[in-house]
Ligand binder design. Structure first.
Ligand SMILES: C[S@@+](CC[C@H](N)C(=O)[O-])C[C@H]1O[C@@H](n2cnc3c(N)ncnc32)[C@H](O)[C@@H]1O
Length: 261
């Protein structure tokens, strides 16, 4: 996928949203990765590099490489100690076979043209006995209460718009199949929950993140004529009201897979 077809784009407002999402989700994902001291690690689709920097700091002697297709994301990334970022495409990783002990991707497979090929590439560059891990989206699992009908309609358009760009916002449900096809046998699936309610610590930030998701695709959806300005505004207004609704709550799960090569 070229940077032009990346549904979220790389505007500063979107990079801020991605940084906020990192603050919300990094700790649980790093626990899931369970990185060993001295591990050679690769993040595929490393974005702003925030996660890669935290992964490198989780245990002594961990080296992390990040591969990212977008020059704008790389320009905003600040490598910490033992971290290197380079431009590249997840479909054709520029590393020899068996280069890493742990290869992971997060929020990437939904954006790539060929997730099967990306998972196969991730497996190829993993050392025998090493691990491959992913955490991905299935946007259909997002629930708000009280119901947000205007948002639900816009979210449905957003999902179809992402497919039209060559991505797949539902890819999270396919992880087991993708890993099997890539040749893995010992695969574990799990979920990382987002359960928030009015007054809970992460509630406003989570609803704000979902608004940011929609906003990142606003210009594209309006230009493509798949959503009207009025329908877009109604969806955002609904979620803005939900932020302050004393009865508001939100449930979602990220889909994860991990396997040994
Ligand atoms: C939602 S961001 C996630 C970034 C990071 N993994 C994180 O968790 O914060 C997805 C990133 O994947 C990158 N990307 C999309 N297609 C790619 C490809 N084919 N190869 C490498 N990176 C890609 C995008 O440019 C974007 O920075």
């Amino acid at each position: 996928m070229s940077p032009d077809t990346y549904i979220h784009g790389t505007e500063p407002s979107e990079q801020e949203r991605l940084a906020g999402l990192n603050r919300m989700t990094n700790a649980a994902f790093i626990q899931f990765l369970n990185v060993s001291p001295g591990a050679r690690v690769l993040e595929v689709g490393s974005g702003l590099g925030l996660l890669a920097n935290e992964v490198a700091a989780t245990a002594p002697g961990v080296d992390v490489d990040g591969v990212e297709v977008s020059a704008a994301q790389l320009a905003a990334a600040r490598p910490g100690p033992r971290v290197t970022f380079r431009q590249g495409d997840a479909h054709a990783l520029d590393f020899p076979d068996g280069s890493f002990d742990l290869v992971y991707a997060r929020y990437l497979l939904e954006h790539v043209a060929d997730p099967d090929r990306v998972v196969r590439e991730m497996r190829r560059v993993t050392t025998p006995g090493g691990r491959v891990a992913v955490c991905e989206n299935d946007v259909s699992l997002l629930r708000f209460d009280p119901p947000c009908r205007a948002f639900d309609r816009a979210w449905d358009v957003f999902t179809r718009f992402q497919s039209a760009l060559g991505g797949d916002g539902l890819v999270g449900r396919r992880l087991f199949r993708l890993f099997k096809s890539a040749g893995f046998s010992a695969i574990e699936l799990s979920v990382q929950p987002e359960v928030h309610w009015h007054g809970s610590a992460g509630y406003v930030a989570w609803v704000h993140n979902i608004i940011g998701n929609l906003e990142s695709a606003r210009n594209g959806m309006l230009a493509a004529g798949v959503l009207s300005t009025a329908d877009f505004d109604a969806a955002v207004d609904e979620l803005e009201r939900l932020k302050t609704d004393p009865l508001g709550s939100a449930v979602f799960v990220w889909n994860r897979a991990i396997a040994v090569r």
